[in-house]
Design a protein around this ligand. Structure first.
Ligand code: 5GP
Ligand code: ZN
Length: 103
């Protein structure tokens, strides 16, 4: 079966400017930024959506949130940022991702 787009980015099978990566989390800029700063924060593990998160995966979500705190500070976004999960008809890439948008 063809792997998903963000799994391919995580595995570096398709290019993206990786802003941050550890064993659990990968961050790269959105290809079509809606704000001056627009990062996608994704788990390395393929999880389809927010609703597919299992109890033991919430620790990973906390890890993502900590990475996002650092990104906000490093990019001087303290005065204006948005965090967003899309789901259902609003989610176009079926691999969980957190949008960080900043002015
Ligand atoms: P969603 O609507 O699923 O929450 O958001 C998916 C996001 O992925 C969109 O904002 C879209 O611009 C971004 N995107 C789609 N394809 C690619 C790609 O190949 N590379 C990157 N960096 N972002 C992508
Ligand atoms: Zn995936």
């Amino acid at each position: 079966m063809e792997e998903c787009l963000f799994c391919k980015i995580v595995k570096k099978e398709i290019p993206a400017e990786i802003v941050y990566q550890d064993e659990q989390v990968v961050v790269f800029p959105d290809i079509n930024p809606k704000k001056r700063v627009h990062f996608l924060i994704v788990p390395s593990l393929h999880i389809k959506s927010f609703l597919d998160l299992k109890d033991k995966q919430f620790e990973m979500l906390t890890k993502m949130a900590k990475v996002i705190q650092s990104l906000i500070k490093e990019n001087n976004l303290e005065s204006g940022y948005q965090l967003l999960f899309n789901g259902g008809v609003h989610q176009h890439v079926p691999h969980l991702h957190w949008h960080l948008l900043g002015d």
